[in-house]
Structure formats: structure tokens, C-alpha cells
Design a protein around this ligand. Sequence first.
Ligand code: NCD
Length: 481
Amino acid sequence: MTKAQPLTRHIISINDLTNKEIETIFEVAQGFLKDLADDNISYRIGRSTDVAAKSILATLFYEPSTRTRLSFESAMLRLGGANITSADPTVSSAAKGESLADTIRVISNYADVVVIRHPRDGAARLAAEYSQIPVINGGDGSHEHPTQTLCDLFTLKTKKKSLKNMKVAISGDLKGSRTIHSFVYALARFGATIDPLPAPGMELPAYVDRRLREEFHCRMVSKDPGQPHGGSIDALYVTADQPHQLSLIPDPEIDYGLLVEKKIDAVYVTRFQKERWSEKERAYPKVDAKFLGEARFSEASVMHPLPRVNELDASFDTDRRAVYFQQAAYGVPIRMALILLLLHLQKNQSLNRFSGGFAEPDHPVYAQPIGTGLQCDNPNCITGDPAERQYAANKFYIVESDSPRQRRLRCVYCEKDIDETTAVHFVVADTVRKTFSPGLQPLAHAGHDRLKHLVIYRSDAEAAASGFAPRDSGGNKVRTG
Ligand code: NCD
């Protein structure tokens, strides 16, 4: 009998972890903070263990990093393991044009776990498809940064005990900040209220806003007590206890007025993500003593994933509410815990339940090779990278929203949606019958084998140009000529 291999888990999104698993990571991290404490600083790991001796972590970074890479490497050393690193794409084979898909297959044979950072949205998901070892997303474009969120949540938990009913303001570049995207999903999942304070034009992206409301049960409540219903702007995201529909039906258990008036428990500041914008400067809020002097921030922990540039005044560092250096310090115990669990080196059986994922998406997946049918229209998606095109696919979740008629496609890699618009009218072509028909309906009930024969286009004209004929209402091929 062959021995069962432990499951290879990849942490690409914060939603790849269940709430229970996040709690387990915190418990293990807390254990390290206790057992390997620095004698003088409570949140610093001061000693090492050898639990991961002989294991190797690879850090593969295509973008600048200080905290994420060094805290992962420090975590591995504290566990008794070793690191190999490729931190400068100009001196690796990336400079010769090597694809991520090839690089990761090679690295899979050199290390036991890999952390990757990449400028393209969805790069870490593509890497995971080609990896035999666990892939941890250390930040992919403006998509997600799940391990930063683990540090953020852990910091909040140590300060405030429970996230339930906590009110967290998020400030700055909510559009370009990957840290924010992972963070807001987690806040919603743990029952916090989110108070967005975006810089002008930098609101949460539509796909994140929509997932908060449709999948994470957030209800929009206007910050203006005179307005009963909130729009996406100037509204709080309040998490309901019960699933679904709650974006429409108020939860009788929640006093929304009280939540609007409630003081802020934490404010999370982010820098302008200039590398994700074409402009190098934009009007941007400055968080300083004056701003934080408002009564609503009097008990707020002030957080920042760092690096900060000018948006958070250094004079604030000595304020009792500043927790950002502690937040960065937690990168070591949190990442130690994550590595240990992913490598199945956790000996304590009660903590060794690291399986499954958060609500594994049960949406059907449509996939066709790049070049066939509809492609993700996010220009920064990994599927648009010329070096990766032959390794990626046009792969979408078929997502149904409130009404089954409203189907849309979510790119499996970057998770951005493609909606029907005035310019986009999905049609589905059948490669066996050589016909096409309007709408995504044929995909909804197609089994796996049938899905392989269906190709989505954006319009009748695109399907026709690819050699398909329209079907009439009786399902017959329309004769032309
Ligand atoms: C963040 C990142 O890379 O997204 N940095 C980090 O890992 N702490 C935040 C940022 O760069 O602004």
C-alpha cells in the first residue's frame, strides 16, 4: 500500500483559509510568542527552535519587499529551516524571458514551500497550478496579500480581543492596495463593520464591493443618519450573522444607528500605490495628530501595513494608539505558524486540523485555451502577460448573483468580473454543433464533459467571426444564404 501524501495547500487568497484555520494559525503563533519570547519586547520572537530543521523555504520576489520577504526568511530561520531566495528579477532567468510557470516547476524541486510576490494580479494562482509544493501569495498586483491580513487580524485580536462588532476604518488607496482587499474580506468574515475612507477616486474596486455584499453578507448602511439606505460611497459595510439576502433585509438583531455612531476601534492607513496607477501623484489624505484628534478616533488603534510614505505622520509614532511596528513584528510568529502548518510539522494533534478551505467556490468553472473565446479584460491579469499566455487559460467561475438571470464570469486568477454591458452580450458557442446562442444559460447546467465543448464570446459578431452560426428560437441552426 502506498502512503497517503499530505495535501499540498496553497494560500493565494485569505479565502483559502477557513476562520477556524485562521484561529489555529493565531494559536500556534501565540505559542511561539510565549515559548520563544524576547525577554524585553513582548511581541518579538527572541529565540529559535529546530522544528523545521532540514526544510527549505524559497522566496521568489518580482517586486520590491522588505517586511514580507525578510519576515518570512526570519520565520524560517527561527524554525530551524533554511532559505533560498530570488529577490531581483533582473538577475534571475526572468530577465531572459523565463515564464513564472517554468520557474515555479523548477523551484518545486529545490524547496519545500515557496512565497511569491509578483506585479500581476492572479500570478500566485497561476504559480500554484504548476507547483508541487505549497505556494504562499506574498502579494500579487493589486489583488491580495493574505499573510499581511493574518498579521493585521492578529494585531487587532491582541488589542481588542474579539473582531465581532468591531468598527474598522480603512483609509487611502482602497482600489490599488492588495492588503486592503484581503483585509476587508476577513473583517467581514469575522463580523466587523467596515468604514471606508477612500482617497478621492480610490474607492474599493467594484468586484470587491460586490463580493462583500453578495458573498460575505455585508449590508450597506449610510453614514448619514438621515439616509436609510447606503450606496457604496459614504456607507458602512455591516456584517450580518445570517447568510444571504441580508444585503436587502435588515437584521433585527443589529442596531444600525448605533453602529453609525459607534467610535472607530481601529483605523488602517495605506499609502498611495503609485506603481499601480499611471499618475505618480494624486490628492491623498494625510493621517496626522489633527485627523486622529477627532473624538471618533480617541480609542482607535492606528494600523499600517507599511511602508509609509507621507500619509501617516512620524510624529504620531509615540502615541499609545500607534501599533504599526508591532503589526510588522507579528510577521515573524504568524509566518512561522503558517509555514509549520503548511509543512505538516505541527506536532500538537489538536492544532493539526489544517485541511479544507473557506467555502471552496462551488461555482462551475469554464476553461478554454488562451486565444479561444472570451479573455479576462483586466489588463494587469496574469493571463495577459505574454510570457505566461501559453501556460494560463481563459478560466472563469460562472457566478450567479441574486437573480439566476444575472450570471457573470469571474476570472479564476485575478478574480475580477466580466459583466454584461451595452458592449458585452455573452453568447455561448457549441463546438460540436457549430452554432451559438445568446446568454450564459447553456453553461449553467452543463456537466464537466459538456462544458469542454462550449466557448463564450462577447457578442454575436465575435462568435460569427469564429465560424459559428446563430441558432433560431427552436434551437436549429439558422440557414444563411
Ligand atoms: C504592502 C504590499 O506590498 O502590498 N507591503 C507589505 O507587504 N507590508 C503594502 C504596500 O506596499 O503599500
